[in-house]
Write a protein that binds this ligand. Structure first.
Ligand code: FAD
Ligand code: NAP
Length: 338
């Protein structure tokens, strides 16, 4: 095992934060996990890092940081309608999407170009453009550090919610997700419910889109709106879209007529956090080395490349306060604060 000590994590997180890890180890095989658990010379506290695209490093990472490098895609089973793909958790998510499209397997095409690893996808139930990954997940297998064994969680055990799962709550810090089984369709059920996709397809004169067309539309929209982490450090949307009761929304809508909302069941609505933040003048605002992205108010960026985690955190704190003061709505951070 090639243990590296006191190593900078700058290349390993998309915010580009220069924070050290006390000890870093790349995990290339599932067998290594039992060895790591048994090795009492290694730090007891263990944390998993995939692509580092959903973390903000505000302090050094103590203990052992395990960098997920588990690779492999196999067909577990198939029938006329579905294929069950078993995917090792270190596979790059977008490459899996491309693999699925090439093979005609449908269900994750709307999730094209989301950075990070496959193993982190169930963690926050990644979602975009009307699709959440939970709808294609059959099961998730993970090494449990306390139980010292692999456990398979069926979809229903994962408590998936909006950008949420059991892995972010009860199992936080307790497991290393090693593989995910996806149940993908052989016959596509195209989802273009998000206006932006519809518009993009119309612009390209595509009336009957394939899964490739949908993925290409999503890729084009994302490239036009989102900062590329290789150029400007960021971790995507910093905040979740708040879901509030209709009776809280109604008086707000009366006062702020253009406040958008999307129904969530009978008596709740989702309000785009980006709209709330932009309406308060935060879009494009710079604070020290950190800033709110100029094209997407939900995304905080390492503007100069030299931002410290605390600077981005402080900016997020100021935004939270400002939204609470004006609208009475509590925003929640989506990015994991380390
Ligand atoms: P990391 O950042 O490495 O880890 C995130 C968390 O998961 C950490 O707490 C980590 O400990 C834990 N974790 C990671 N791997 C494992 C594992 N194998 N076992 C146990 N725990 C693990 N997200 C969306 O949902 N939708 C989007 O559209 C979207 N767009 C984005 C766009 C940009 C430009 C960026 C930078 C980010 C975006 N994100 C989006 C956020 C991010 O890409 C996803 O959350 C992604 O799934 C994170 O993967 P990762 O491997 O980088 O996770
Ligand atoms: P957008 O299309 O400008 O829409 C703003 C918000 O309104 C979105 O966040 C979305 O919520 C909601 N929305 C829009 N159309 C909707 C519909 N038809 N039904 C229900 N809700 C709707 O959003 P955007 O910021 O450009 O992002 C596009 C998609 O990519 C979104 O799904 C977003 O979540 C995802 N994305 C996520 C991240 C991340 O880091 N998590 C980063 C970039 C983009 P939802 O977010 O709930 O879909």
């Amino acid at each position: 095992m090639n243990l590296q000590k006191n190593i900078s994590l700058k290349p390993y997180n998309t915010f580009g934060m220069d924070m050290p890890a006390e000890a870093l180890l790349e995990v290339h095989s599932e067998d290594m996990l039992a060895q790591i658990a048994a090795d009492k010379t290694l730090p007891e506290n263990k944390t998993v890092l995939g692509g580092g695209s959903n973390v903000l490093l505000t302090q050094p990472v103590n203990g052992l940081l395990l960098l997920n490098r588990l690779k492999g895609i196999t067909i577990e089973k198939e029938d006329d309608e579905y294929v069950w793909l078993k995917v090792s958790s270190g596979e790059v998510w977008h490459e899996l999407v491309l693999y699925a499209i090439q093979h005609g397997y449908a269900g994750i095409e709307n999730l094209a170009l989301i950075p990070g690893t496959t193993g982190a996808a169930p963690m926050q139930n990644i979602g975009a453009y009307g699709v959440e990954v939970k709808d294609t997940i059959d099961s998730v297998t993970a090494w449990h550090w306390d139980e010292e064994k692999f456990i398979t969680y069926q979809n229903a055990d994962c408590n998936f919610g909006y950008r949420d799962s059991v892995f972010k709550n009860e199992l936080k810090g307790k497991v290393f997700i090693t593989s995910v089984v996806f149940k993908l369709r052989k016959k596509a059920a195209i989802n273009t419910s998000y206006g932006a996709i519809e518009q993009e397809l119309q612009n390209a004169n595509i009336a009957q889109p394939t899964i490739t067309d949908v993925a290409n539309a999503v890729i084009a929209i994302r490239q036009s709106k989102l900062p590329d982490p290789k150029v400007t450090g960021n971790a995507g949307s910093f905040f979740k879209n708040p879901t509030i009761p209709l009776n809280q929304y109604a008086p707000l809508k009366e006062k702020y007529a253009d406040m958008p909302s999307y129904p969530m069941g009978d008596d709740m609505v989702k309000v785009p956090a980006g709209w709330l933040i932009e309406s308060l003048g935060w879009k494009g605002k710079q604070q020290g080395n950190a800033a709110v992205h100029s094209r997407q108010a939900l995304v905080l960026v390492n503007y100069t490349g030299n931002a410290k985690g605390e600077e981005v955190y402080r900016l997020s704190e100021d935004i939270l306060k400002s939204v609470k003061e004006t609208y009475g709505i509590d925003l929640e951070r989506e990015v994991q604060i380390w």
